[in-house]
Design a protein around this ligand. Structure first.
Ligand code: SAM
Length: 322
């Protein structure tokens, strides 16, 4: 501990100065979150704590957290959680920390779903499971199949889905895009795929480059490596008129993704802006007719995968070769 017998206010001010010197972008906010975490109180309750002398164990805990933050470990990795819409997920170095802008992807996804009929959603690149979890928690009749190529990320997602009590409606599957999944007819595909060009990834803040999984961020030389395959494959897993909605890097990349979707036969292609006004999200619908993709019913796909169709209620996805 740097300050002997210091009051909470002094510990906080000292932490803000050190985080600022270390180049942390929001030193006071981060110092306050970590202080609230160490004290075991809400951040809003901190003013009532400032004049107190903390217990030595609390001061030591705070000091350890501040040291990690000075090493540019993300705030959420230190605290261990991130709020997303109306859920909270556990996060670690194995899965991307959910970003605030991605909450808007949930809003649009909910709008694009049919109003009734217990829809099926596929979440491609689920990471922490934040999209799958938020969707299933906000729409109680949804079934979600959440895919991720990273077994470590899938394990994080499974833990979060179980902790949220959503395991009966959300199934997490390790899969390179749809490769592990029989062609089930989903009512919506949602994805926040890796979309940064590789050369840009290397220029990002140390919190990202040193502590977040590269496979969650790096979209290859032009950022479109995963998106290109996803857009081309998605129609086979969509019902006629069902939508694909994606987060992109925004701007020019959103324009390119619109073109990729048009080339793949999508109709009603639109973009939406994020809160700072970047044209970030792209959605389109699989045409009702004239599309030659192979579509089975969930029941057929489940039978083919030797899984009873009624397991849909139990949240099990028909897997290829299962
Ligand atoms: C940008 S992160 C999004 C995580 C989470 N959905 C979110 O919004 O916070 C992209 C995720 O896609 C996964 N991913 C990358 N390539 C993939 C692929 N070919 N197939 C499936 N998942 C992939 C990564 O492991 C990572 O978890």
């Amino acid at each position: 501990m740097r300050l002997a017998v210091a009051r909470v206010r002094e510990l906080l001010d000292d932490a803000v100065a050190r985080l600022s010197a270390a180049g942390v972008a929001s030193p006071r906010v981060d110092a306050e979150w970590l202080l609230a975490d160490a004290l075991g109180v809400r951040r809003g309750a901190l003013p009532a704590e400032l004049a107190r002398v903390p217990a030595p164990v609390t001061a030591e805990r705070y000091e350890a957290s501040i040291r990690r933050r000075i090493e540019r470990v993300p705030l959420q990795h230190i605290i261990g959680t991130q709020a997303f819409r109306d859920i909270t997920v556990r996060v670690s170095a194995d899965a991307l920390v959910p970003r605030p802008e991605t909450e808007l992807l949930v809003s649009w996804a909910l709008e694009l779903l049919p109003a009734a009929g217990a829809p099926l959603v596929i979440d491609v690149g689920t990471g922490s499971g934040c999209l799958a979890g938020a969707l299933a928690s906000e729409r109680r009749d949804l079934t979600v199949v959440a895919l991720d190529a990273s077994p470590a990320a899938a394990a994080v997602a499974r833990g979060n889905i179980a902790a949220l009590g959503l395991g009966d409606r959300v199934t997490v599957v390790v899969s390179d895009l749809f490769a592990s999944l029989a062609p089930i007819p989903a009512d919506l595909i949602v994805s926040n795929p890796p979309y940064m060009p590789s050369r840009v990834v290397d220029t990002l803040a140390p919190e990202i480059t040193d502590h977040e999984p590269r496979c969650a961020i790096d979209g290859g030389p032009d950022g479109l490596g995963v998106i290109r395959r996803l857009v081309a494959d998605a129609p086979r897993w969509l019902r006629p008129d069902a939508a694909l909605v994606l987060e992109t890097a925004g701007g020019e990349q959103a324009d390119v993704v619109m073109k990729l979707m048009a080339d793949a036969g999508f109709a009603d292609i639109e973009t939406r802006r994020d809160l700072p006004g970047v044209n970030r999200f792209v959605a389109g619908r699989r045409p009702c007719a004239g599309f030659a993709g192979a579509i089975e019913s969930w029941g057929e796909a489940a039978e083919r995968a030797d899984r009873p169709a009624e397991r849909r209620k139990g949240g099990e996805a028909p897997l290829r070769g299962a």
